[in-house]
Design a binder for this molecule. Structure first.
Ligand code: UD1
Length: 422
């Protein structure tokens, strides 16, 4: 297994291009299953999770071609031949469950493996299933698979209120509703930019959707959807991660393609910590010129709140802040596995349930550490960039699921980082 070696190298400055959003692309790709005409995504990120979704769609009989070095995904689902998403692929990536809604909506039946547990908590898919049931699906859970059928072969529009906000369940229900008979109203829907992006793409395919970006989505089902070409929205989590580079190391980094709209709550916390964030005509410029950052409290929430996917990286910053910060994780239980690793680097962190209290230290110290999940892995790289000495992050396959060309992007800002191939 590869590891990454990072050596603290003082302030970092430069320009970093931000890729298309992994999480948007992972829901846009299954949308191909809704139509027999081609769906082309541009600005796709080059990541192993995208390769896994490609493999899953191909296993169903979809054609997926990766063009222009992976930046363009040309897909077609005109000849779906298999209606079963196998455990062997689904277990690699939870987002695989997103094929369920589209397959059920277009073909009236589907069998999808249950994703199983994952490192950051139980993460069930009950809300996905309940929303589809409300649209007339009958679901039979057996042998680790969901066997789904639409009564009469077609889903029906319904009013469904999510008991709490779920990004994935909103995406599955939204895709399913585009081909259901009649009107669907989804209440307490997720408002994440990835949902807005999905709604825009579906509309390009001919779907009738209202309200994306608000907590009520209204979908008027249509008989068929057509093809489309759609650019994937900028990855706000990659954006936030690289905004933390000058925050933690000092220096100035311009993140190309970034907008405040995508990272409002996060940028507000960075500014409260003493970091400057400015919108330019091509991205977001972030700088920290002198002194340590100040401690700030952070609570993760659904969008537009502070994203859980930036909590680990923010913690790395706060480990070096002046004062004591309290981080509350409200989305996932058990999402502080990076804390003991950061502590190996000299961080002072006290975790109690969903709350971590971080007392900043003047300087972190390099150490061998282990990545436990995707966002944890990059938080350790950030900590390593700001630490004295050498840090080796092992198990970086997590990193490759969500960050493309990390070494290249950071080296362009003067970082000392290299991959040690196993
Ligand atoms: C998506 C993102 C992930 C991000 C998360 C929250 C993708 C591929 N992944 O994950 O990076 O961290 O949103 O912003 O887009 N829940 C249930 N039952 C369900 C569904 C969810 O109890 O049926 C719970 C989850 O365990 C979690 C909370 O709801 O505690 C929110 O999860 P959800 O928004 O669904 O996250 P994902 O869509 O899995």
């Amino acid at each position: 297994m590869d590891s990454i070696l990072v050596r603290g190298n003082g302030a970092l400055s430069g320009v970093i291009p931000i890729a298309g959003a992994k999480n948007a692309c992972l829901t846009l790709m299954p949308a191909t299953l809704l139509s027999d005409e081609p769906l082309t995504l541009t600005n796709a990120p080059r990541l192993s999770d995208i390769a896994t979704m490609t493999q899953l769609l191909q296993s169903l009989g979809a054609e997926v071609a990766s063009l222009q070095d992976g930046l363009v995904l040309a897909m077609s689902s005109h000849s779906i031949s298999n209606f079963k998403a196998d455990y062997d692929i689904v277990r690699k990536m939870r987002a695989s469950i997103l094929v369920l809604g589209p397959m059920l909506a277009r073909y009236g039946h589907a069998v999808v493996s249950l994703p199983g547990g994952c490192a950051i908590g139980a993460r069930p898919v009950d809300l996905h299933l309940r929303a589809l049931e409300a649209m007339g699906a009958t679901l039979d859970l057996r042998d680790g698979y969901v066997h789904a059928k639409a009564a009469g072969g077609r889903l029906k529009g319904a009013v469904f209120e999510f008991p709490f906000v779920s990004v994935g369940a909103t995406e599955n229900a939204l895709m399913a509703a585009t081909l259901a008979k009649g009107t669907t109203i989804l209440k307490n829907a997720a408002r994440e930019p990835e949902i807005v992006d999905l709604a825009r793409c579906l509309r390009r395919m001919g779907a009738q959707i209202d309200g994306e970006g608000t907590s009520t989505l209204t979908i008027e089902g249509v008989d068929r959807l057509g093809g489309a070409t759609h650019p994937v929205v900028t990855d706000r989590i990659e954006l936030g991660t690289y905004m933390l580079v000058p925050a933690i190391c000092g220096g100035e980094v311009e993140c190309l393609g970034g907008t405040l709209e995508l990272v409002g709550a996060f940028a507000e916390r960075l500014e409260a910590a003493g970091v400057s964030v400015t919108q330019t005509n091509r991205g977001l410029k972030v700088s920290r010129k002198n002194g340590r950052v100040r401690a700030v409290d952070v609570t993760t929430e659904p969008f537009p709140g502070f994203p859980t996917d930036l909590q680990a990286q923010m913690m790395a910053l706060l480990c070096t802040a002046e004062g004591t910060s309290v981080l509350e994780e409200k989305i996932f239980e058990n999402r502080f596995m990076h804390a003991p690793e950061l502590m190996r680097m000299g961080a002072k962190i006290d975790v109690h349930g969903g709350t971590a209290t971080v007392t900043g230290v003047e300087k972190l110290k390099g150490a061998p550490v282990m990545a436990t999940d995707l966002r944890a892995s990059v938080s350790l790289i950030l900590a390593g960039l700001a630490a004295e000495g050498e840090t080796v992050v092992s198990r970086v396959y997590h990193l490759d699921r969500g960050y493309e060309r990390v070494e290249e992007k950071l080296r362009a800002c003067g970082a000392h980082i290299e991959r040690i191939r196993a």
